[in-house]
Write a protein of this length. Structure first.
Length: 413
């Protein structure tokens, strides 16, 4: 599918006529009723270059690999799997809604087929875009993000793959077992791969899952925060990786009758508190304190809050419309700055625009697609209160406009 065809396709859907990413997103806030259309427009602006190129077997030849000077060759070996794994992790819940006869539903059908073809090419040894799942350490990370995406769309995305593609996906995930994870959040990458294998084949290495879970329980620091390893790291990895993956690994085990539901409830209670903390971190203009590493993941820093919306475990103190409004502000603040995308529509390194020096040595173009996980609530139907509820000031806007709000409280255990 070329860009001209893509533009023509979208023109057949008037409600989504600016979804392609060729046109820039609006610079003024949309009414609350338009939030979903805006989110979808932006998600597809992010995802389109990746899934279209990979579905056509030309991701390696067309995706630029921007990285820290001197790291380009090394990142070319891993950046393409980063791009599709992270894109699928965020796109999958929307695809799971399934096609229907609405304009959005027809568009969803097109992207479901594109994404299935992209995944099939990524794991096909005969494809020019066959990706690296076993050489070096990085492939474990992005196989895990891909696995997480498949768990988020088990019926439509995974179920829609043909038997050959499913077999190749399983082989690719199993190939990551040669990679030894670090003693940190990386344990959860191995656990997530095994959780997907358990879900889709009936067998996953329970030792890898159990070890990752027990270590993170031991690393819990209190008030909804886990250490990244034995030490506390002041960064966003509780949201990028730790809590979303911990929740869904344990949930998968519970559903397979291989874990105690009480464990899931403990992890869920901590995640609910962390979601509350995340919402309070969002400033009045959608900005947030830029601390810690991996800032180039932009709005992906709020994956846990987005997952709380998707899985409907938001604290009672956070109405869905308030969270939607807060996340909309973050998406606008991090995705609309000039330089966020290059002239061909690929993401560039930065938090607010193009800021190459923000990138660590492990950051490259493919890494940036973790921003897609901020859009998880698109997996809820448009009729859900997350989308239909009234737009509401988030906590920072309430406080700094002089509104009276309830006091905040920590949790124990």
């Amino acid at each position: 599918m070329n860009r001209r065809y893509f533009t023509g396709l979208l023109s057949t859907f008037p409600f989504f006529s600016t979804l392609s990413g060729i046109a820039a997103p609006p610079t003024t806030p949309a009414p609350a009723a338009d939030d979903r259309a805006y989110w979808l427009r932006m998600l597809l602006k992010v995802a389109d270059p990746v899934v279209v190129a990979l579905s056509e077997g030309r991701l390696k030849t067309t995706m630029p690999v921007e990285s820290v000077k001197g790291q380009e060759e090394g990142r070319k070996k891993v950046s393409h799997l980063e791009a599709i794994g992270r894109t699928v992790a965020g796109l999958a819940p929307w695809l799971e809604l399934a096609p229907d006869e609405t304009e959005e539903g027809k568009l969803r059908k097109k992207y479901l087929l594109l994404t299935q073809k992209a995944i099939a090419n990524a794991v096909n040894p005969q494809s020019p875009d066959y990706l690296n799942f076993s050489q070096g350490g990085q492939p474990l990370v992005d196989a895990a993000f891909l696995a997480h995406g498949l768990l988020r769309s088990p019926k439509q995305l995974w179920g829609g793959l043909d038997k050959t593609a499913q077999t190749n996906v399983i082989r690719a995930l199993e190939a990551t077992r040669v990679i030894k994870p670090g003693y940190s959040n990386w344990l959860l990458f191995s656990a997530m791969v095994e959780a997907a294998l358990l879900r889709f084949t009936g067998y996953g290495d329970e030792m890898r899952m159990d070890y990752a879970i027990k270590q993170h329980l031991a690393w819990y620091k209190g008030d909804g925060i886990y250490g990244d390893g034995p030490d506390f790291h002041w960064d966003n990895y509780n949201s990028y990786v730790i809590q979303p993956m911990l929740l869904d690994v344990v949930k998968t085990l519970v559903e397979a009758n291989k874990s105690d539901k009480a464990l899931y409830e403990t992890i869920l209670r901590r995640a609910r508190r962390y979601a509350e903390v995340q919402e309070r971190l969002i400033g009045t203009d959608g900005s947030f304190a830029a601390f810690g590493r991996s800032l180039a993941y932009r709005c992906g820093a709020f994956q846990l809050l987005a997952q709380a919306g998707l899985q409907q475990f938001l604290p009672a103190e956070l109405p869905a419309g308030q969270v939607r409004s807060a996340l909309t502000a973050v998406i606008r603040r991090t995705m609309e700055a000039p330089g966020t995308f290059d002239k061909q529509g690929w993401l560039q390194i930065g938090l607010c625009g193009h800021q190459p020096s923000i990138g660590e040595t492990y950051i490259s173009t493919g890494s940036l697609y973790l921003c897609s996980v901020a859009f998880l609530p698109l997996g809820l139907p448009a009729t859900d209160t997350f989308w239909s509820g009234p737009a509401t000031d988030w906590t920072a806007k309430k406080i700094w406009s002089g509104q009276d709000i309830k006091v905040d409280h920590a949790i124990r255990g």
